[in-house]
Design a binder for this molecule. Structure first.
Ligand SMILES: [Zn+2]
Length: 130
Protein backbone atom coordinates (compact mmCIF):
# COMPACT_ATOMS: atom_id res chain seq x y z
CA UNK A 1 0.00 0.00 0.00
CA UNK A 2 1.64 3.29 -1.07
CA UNK A 3 1.64 6.15 1.43
CA UNK A 4 -0.61 9.08 0.45
CA UNK A 5 2.29 11.43 -0.34
CA UNK A 6 4.00 8.88 -2.54
CA UNK A 7 0.70 8.10 -4.16
CA UNK A 8 -0.08 11.71 -5.03
CA UNK A 9 3.39 12.23 -6.46
CA UNK A 10 2.73 9.41 -8.87
CA UNK A 11 -0.62 10.68 -10.06
CA UNK A 12 0.63 12.92 -12.91
CA UNK A 13 2.52 9.98 -14.37
CA UNK A 14 -0.49 7.76 -14.11
CA UNK A 15 -2.85 10.34 -15.50
CA UNK A 16 -0.70 11.09 -18.51
CA UNK A 17 0.28 7.44 -18.90
CA UNK A 18 3.98 8.28 -18.72
CA UNK A 19 6.22 5.26 -18.67
CA UNK A 20 9.93 4.60 -18.50
CA UNK A 21 11.65 2.62 -21.25
CA UNK A 22 14.87 0.92 -20.17
CA UNK A 23 17.78 2.18 -22.25
CA UNK A 24 19.56 -1.12 -21.77
CA UNK A 25 16.95 -3.77 -22.60
CA UNK A 26 13.90 -1.82 -23.80
CA UNK A 27 11.58 -3.00 -21.04
CA UNK A 28 8.72 -0.54 -20.46
CA UNK A 29 7.87 0.20 -16.80
CA UNK A 30 4.49 1.70 -16.02
CA UNK A 31 4.40 3.53 -13.70
CA UNK A 32 8.11 4.37 -14.15
CA UNK A 33 10.63 2.82 -11.76
CA UNK A 34 14.17 3.59 -10.74
CA UNK A 35 15.55 0.14 -11.48
CA UNK A 36 14.63 -2.06 -14.42
CA UNK A 37 13.00 -5.26 -13.08
CA UNK A 38 14.29 -7.21 -16.06
CA UNK A 39 17.97 -6.23 -16.32
CA UNK A 40 18.71 -4.03 -13.26
CA UNK A 41 19.74 -0.96 -15.31
CA UNK A 42 18.92 2.51 -14.00
CA UNK A 43 18.75 4.55 -17.21
CA UNK A 44 15.29 5.17 -18.61
CA UNK A 45 13.82 7.14 -21.45
CA UNK A 46 10.47 8.84 -20.73
CA UNK A 47 7.77 7.70 -23.09
CA UNK A 48 4.01 8.07 -23.28
CA UNK A 49 2.07 4.87 -23.55
CA UNK A 50 -0.27 4.36 -26.46
CA UNK A 51 -3.71 4.88 -24.95
CA UNK A 52 -5.48 2.09 -26.81
CA UNK A 53 -4.89 -1.51 -27.67
CA UNK A 54 -6.42 -4.95 -28.06
CA UNK A 55 -7.29 -7.56 -25.44
CA UNK A 56 -5.14 -10.67 -25.53
CA UNK A 57 -6.68 -12.33 -22.47
CA UNK A 58 -9.34 -11.65 -19.85
CA UNK A 59 -11.09 -13.18 -16.88
CA UNK A 60 -14.10 -12.36 -14.71
CA UNK A 61 -13.34 -12.10 -10.99
CA UNK A 62 -16.27 -13.30 -8.88
CA UNK A 63 -14.47 -13.79 -5.56
CA UNK A 64 -12.66 -10.49 -5.10
CA UNK A 65 -9.85 -9.39 -2.77
CA UNK A 66 -11.04 -7.35 0.21
CA UNK A 67 -10.66 -3.87 -1.32
CA UNK A 68 -12.68 -4.84 -4.39
CA UNK A 69 -15.53 -6.84 -2.84
CA UNK A 70 -18.12 -4.16 -3.56
CA UNK A 71 -17.15 -4.15 -7.25
CA UNK A 72 -17.36 -7.88 -7.88
CA UNK A 73 -18.00 -9.47 -10.22
CA UNK A 74 -15.66 -7.53 -12.46
CA UNK A 75 -13.48 -8.24 -15.46
CA UNK A 76 -9.70 -8.02 -15.62
CA UNK A 77 -7.86 -8.12 -18.90
CA UNK A 78 -4.41 -8.11 -20.44
CA UNK A 79 -4.08 -5.87 -23.49
CA UNK A 80 -1.31 -5.21 -25.95
CA UNK A 81 -1.26 -1.46 -26.49
CA UNK A 82 -0.67 -0.13 -29.97
CA UNK A 83 2.98 0.56 -29.06
CA UNK A 84 3.51 -3.05 -28.01
CA UNK A 85 3.36 -2.50 -24.24
CA UNK A 86 1.44 -5.23 -22.41
CA UNK A 87 -0.70 -4.06 -19.47
CA UNK A 88 -3.12 -5.68 -17.04
CA UNK A 89 -6.12 -3.69 -15.81
CA UNK A 90 -9.74 -3.91 -14.83
CA UNK A 91 -12.16 -3.69 -17.77
CA UNK A 92 -15.14 -1.41 -17.08
CA UNK A 93 -18.27 -0.19 -18.87
CA UNK A 94 -18.78 -3.51 -20.64
CA UNK A 95 -21.02 -6.55 -20.63
CA UNK A 96 -19.02 -9.67 -19.83
CA UNK A 97 -20.63 -11.40 -22.86
CA UNK A 98 -19.05 -8.81 -25.16
CA UNK A 99 -15.51 -9.54 -23.97
CA UNK A 100 -13.36 -11.34 -26.49
CA UNK A 101 -9.73 -11.61 -27.50
CA UNK A 102 -8.99 -8.81 -29.95
CA UNK A 103 -11.56 -6.42 -28.43
CA UNK A 104 -10.35 -2.81 -28.80
CA UNK A 105 -9.95 -1.02 -25.47
CA UNK A 106 -8.67 2.40 -24.44
CA UNK A 107 -6.93 3.38 -21.21
CA UNK A 108 -8.84 5.71 -18.92
CA UNK A 109 -7.97 7.19 -15.54
CA UNK A 110 -10.63 6.06 -13.08
CA UNK A 111 -11.34 5.54 -9.41
CA UNK A 112 -9.86 2.19 -8.36
CA UNK A 113 -11.28 1.91 -4.87
CA UNK A 114 -12.15 3.86 -1.77
CA UNK A 115 -10.66 2.94 1.55
CA UNK A 116 -13.53 2.39 3.96
CA UNK A 117 -12.24 3.85 7.24
CA UNK A 118 -10.27 6.78 5.88
CA UNK A 119 -12.34 7.55 2.80
CA UNK A 120 -9.17 7.82 0.74
CA UNK A 121 -9.97 7.29 -2.93
CA UNK A 122 -7.35 5.61 -5.09
CA UNK A 123 -7.15 6.26 -8.81
CA UNK A 124 -5.48 4.40 -11.60
CA UNK A 125 -6.00 3.25 -15.13
CA UNK A 126 -8.69 0.94 -16.45
CA UNK A 127 -9.62 -0.46 -19.82
CA UNK A 128 -12.82 0.77 -21.47
CA UNK A 129 -14.07 -0.81 -24.72
CA UNK A 130 -13.63 1.66 -27.62
ZN1 LIG B 1 16.25 -3.24 -18.60
Amino acid sequence: MPTPSRYWREIPQRYRFEAGKCRSCGYVCFPPRLVCPRCGAREFEDIRLAEAGSLVSFTVIRVAPHAFVDQSPYAVGIADLDDGTRLTAQIVDCDFEDLKVGLRVKLEFRKIYEEGETGVIYYGYKFVPE
